[in-house]
Design a protein around this ligand. Sequence first.
Ligand SMILES: [Zn+2]
Length: 868
Amino acid sequence: MQRKIASLRQTFLLGAALCLLSQLFAAGTARADEPYARSRDYDLQHSRVALRFEPEQKKVLGDVTHSVFLLREGLEKISFDSVGLRIHSVRVNKIEAKFQITENKLVVMLPKGAKRGTKYEVEIKYEGTPTKGLYFILPGKDDFKRPLQIWTQGESEDTRYYLPTYDYPNDRLTTETILTVPASWLTISNGKLIGVSDASGGMKTWTWRESQPSSTYLFTVVAGEFTEVKDSWRDIPVTYYAPKDRGDRLSINYGRTPAMIDLFSKKLGVDYPWEKYSQAMVDEFVAGGMENSSATTNTAESLHNLKLIPEYEEGTDPLISHELGHQWFGDLVTTKDWGNIWLNEGFATFMETVWVEAHFGKDVADYDRWQNTREWFTTRSLYEKPIVRYDFEESEEFDGNAYTKGGWVLYMLRRQLGEDAFYAGLKHYLEANRGKNVTTSDLSKAIEEATHKNVDEFFQQWIYGAGAPKFTVCYTCDETKKQVTLTVKQTQKREARVGLFQVPVDVEVTTASGPKLYPIHVTQESEVFTFPADSVPQMVLFDKGTQILKSVQFKKEKKELLYQLKNAGEVADRADAAEALGRMKDDEQATAALGDALRNDKSTGVRRTVAAALGEMGSAAAAKQLLGGLDATQQPWVRSAIVQALENFKDDPAAVARLQSVAGEDSSFRARGAALRAIGHIKSPGAYDTLVAAVNADSPDGLLRNAALNGLGSLGDEKAVPLLREWAAPGKDPDAREAAISGLARLQKDNHELTQVIAGYLQDSHFPIRRTAVYALGLRGDASAIPALEAMLQSKSLSIEMQPTIKEQIERLKNPSAKGGAHGAAQAEPSANAKPDEDQRLSRLEQLVKEMNDRLKEIEKRLPLPKQ
Ligand SMILES: [Zn+2]
């Protein structure tokens, strides 16, 4: 599953959004995913699922026949997971059977004398109005006109809300899906399309069959008013679906899918394993993407407007490659339990890297990884938890350890084993466990069998142990001995699951005669290494290129940092140098060097980091460099980073004038959006008129209008309240509504009536609006919103992920001084040099999130794409 990073685009979501990284998709009721795999009474081998819908009532009518194979002797009854469904009848082998319904089970009585090893056909007729698992997106009286869509989201344990079934990953079944829908609709489900036939009443019946078994959380149904584009890889159909008004966006955003299937098939040595690959993009999706077997569902936010395509460096590719990677890791080979979810998510994250390296190049992949590292370390709650663990609540196992650290671990394993051995291990893992459920030990065993290399220590420290090394490093040079002495200390607190790390590290020493690479193995708390050096080094790199997930304190002199920024071969080392130089506030040489890098570094990632560093400097000279850099920069993703950095110069007339002019006209819409937000943020003279004009002007997908609505919130001018209320109201575009509600949250904070207006959106028919209202109330800080939030918490139909989010905002309102609220420990804190002022703290967080957005892809930490 791709976590919902799209929400990060709302600037105020910051704190909460970063928190989300560690607890996405928590379920709505106080239910934790079952951490350990269940013991089974039966093997569910095949399900024939026939569904009809009554969209107006949000109702599903089902007739499902399960083929079950008994695994125990003397069973009198078997149970299926089923929540809130009205069961009309149950027949076992075509004979009416008795059944009971509990809060979350359907218990079916078996005929007397049932024997182990026998098969039963259990047919269940039912109906339901699911509160989760199956979602109806309906064009309504006060809704933005969007095509009708029905879609499901099973992971982690929500299939049971619309289908009585065995709903845990440790069973696999084939499926036949029979969907009867209006003739004008399309449907998508797992497997091959067998046929479409006429049904009574102007309906058609679609039949899909999946002949390879997978788990029920990977079952999917999508139906509604869609446009289809057909593509292929070898002789396998590859299809893309968009809500019917956005079919023109499919090929340009998704057309690289066959190339990805090809790359992954070749790298893994195992061909794409399913009969087709479809990707259906739906509105208001509750995740970024979901890797249903052979039939991924993604957020429609991944369908960039054609005019904005050139503005995103990696486009939708991280999301596409993530979900595609799951078709092998997660679908073909599936985690046995939620405690090992990294076997799905870490691999999918790693496969994003594989695509980015191949298509966009090493520098882009390296920069993504450099950013990941910072993000993982700033989400502090992750550090003390191992990747494989069973002590989680409310789906919080889908955290930055399963995704980011999981992906990192595979990256490090590839480096330590070497590319060939690594992929030989993965091939064996996939072949030996094809169609099976696995735990982490199956992976280490397969790697050892394929490579004859023992990886136990590696798995012990990175997967079963917690944390990552924190190094302090320094060096001296003895010119007479012609020797560099490097002292390396591991400073992480060794407690609980965090131990000492044993890691191979590349040290590079550059002297007048050139660079020399020295591989060392760090194993101790404190160690000293010596290297020959024919002269005083110009640069010493510890872990060249950031090949290890780690933090490091390595004090360097300005001279060395200047050299490193200009000359280091790897992106990560230049980015590190840029950050360090940025902390030298008023230093002329540092400023000039950063300006040079802003114009000339070959990595656009490094240039974005340089822009942020110059912004942090805040000096007149830094502003000058940023303005010069803007003149020399074409790429929209760098231009917008520079513009964003300019918001730190509210007293610099040239910077302010430039923001004003970029807001009005620029080659990049993203840069203009950043300028609109910035002039609101710094309250520049004339900002109100500029922002109001932008709200009323046209731009692709309303990008400028949404940025302006956001800017009006930051501007703090109460005159904007009526305009923001107008755009927050039902009937406007949902993205504009989200921006307007977030803007309103910042205005007239003591106005309880306005608070109640926002609280009214907690009941909105659009899920994203409800979510936005929750965050907006937390940000607003008016405690009079607490009852409305508490009432929402009691609602039985809470969407996925909302419960912890609501609790957190209530906590924020109850304890305004505490950072982060109930899940505070999970939040990323602003960097040490953040200013105390709340607005500035937010601004810093906003910047962090925007950086993440740029990388996203989405979201992932990889994702649905940011709409700035
Ligand atoms: Zn995933």
